[in-house]
Design a protein around this ligand. Structure first.
Ligand code: ZN
Length: 285
């Protein structure tokens, strides 16, 4: 929903910092030897992310502890994150924090409904442990988005959620979130996805998957329900004598003047309200 700049720290540095926090010298050497060429791993990930083919990366599906990279097992790699990247007091902790704050506090996955509280592994570390501490696989996000996606991964191209670091600008700059007004008391905003006609089918499917995966219909509707009373109050008081057309213009302006991304729930809410003859003709007496 919101594009992020690439993390400032690269895989090589993240690995070195995490490894430097390991107590045993033998273990440090084993990790370092196994990662002879972090740049190649990082470049391959970036290429696949840009081509939306990360779903086809080799995954660990078994519950045992297989060798994944050189002499390193799945548990060695996930440990690198849980024991040497996240904990306070470890050298790599500052990198964890840097990546987290880079999103500016608002969760990029739900379009800022939630506040950033954690890092989400775009490819879950349980199935793709090779990328457990790769900065470009670590997406700052809110608790809701993190728990809703827990360990889920796509097995076909069209089911992949949006990748805030790598996905094309069109996903973030072209409108695909829409809404309708349900004429109840109070009125309700119902959100849904309509991707642009000229998009590739895979891209259309991806925004639908993202919308479902992160429960955006409900999240946006709840936000709108909390925000709507203010607009209704304005209509009831300062705008009570205005025509439906004037009220519609006022709503349209609110949507346009706000410096919000095109798929932001609030911007979509105002443009939807402005275009709804029923809502604009109500005086909410
Ligand atoms: Zn979120």
């Amino acid at each position: 929903m919101k594009k992020l700049s690439l993390p400032k720290v690269n895989f090589s540095t993240a690995l070195a910092e995490a490894i430097s926090g390991i107590g045993s010298e033998a273990a440090r050497l084993a990790y370092t030897a196994a990662f002879a060429d972090p740049l190649a791993v990082e470049t391959n990930y970036a290429d696949c992310a840009k081509a939306a083919t990360l779903y086809a990366q080799p995954r660990v599906t078994t519950i045992d502890d297989p060798l994944v990279h050189g002499t390193l097992r799945k548990s060695d790699l996930t440990k690198l994150y849980t024991q040497y990247f996240v904990p306070e007091g470890k050298p790599a902790r500052r990198l964890y924090q840097d990546i987290k704050v880079a999103a500016g506090g608002k969760c990029p996955l739900c379009g800022g409904v939630g506040h950033v509280r954690t890092l989400d592994h775009y490819l879950p570390k349980a199935n793709f442990p090779l990328y457990a501490v790769m900065p470009t696989n670590l997406v700052p996000c809110c608790r809701d988005c993190n728990s809703e996606k827990l360990n889920a991964f796509a097995v076909v191209k069209g089911n992949q959620t949006l990748h805030p670091y790598f996905d094309h600008e069109r996903f973030f700059n072209e409108k695909w979130i829409h809404a309708r007004v349900i004429p109840t008391t109070p009125p309700v905003l119902e959100y849904f996805v309509v991707p642009p006609d000229d998009w590739h089918e895979d891209d259309k499917s991806r925004v639908r998957s993202h919308f479902v995966e992160y429960g955006l219909a409900e999240k946006f509707s709840v936000e709108a329900a909390a925000d709507l009373p203010e607009t209704i109050q304005t209509r009831r008081t300062t705008m009570s004598a205005h025509s439906a057309q004037e009220f519609s213009r006022y709503l349209a302006e609110k949507g346009q003047t706000a410096t919000l991304p095109v798929n932001n729930w609030r911007r979509v809410m105002f443009s939807t309200l402005a275009a709804d003859p029923w809502f604009c003709s109500q005086t909410f007496d």
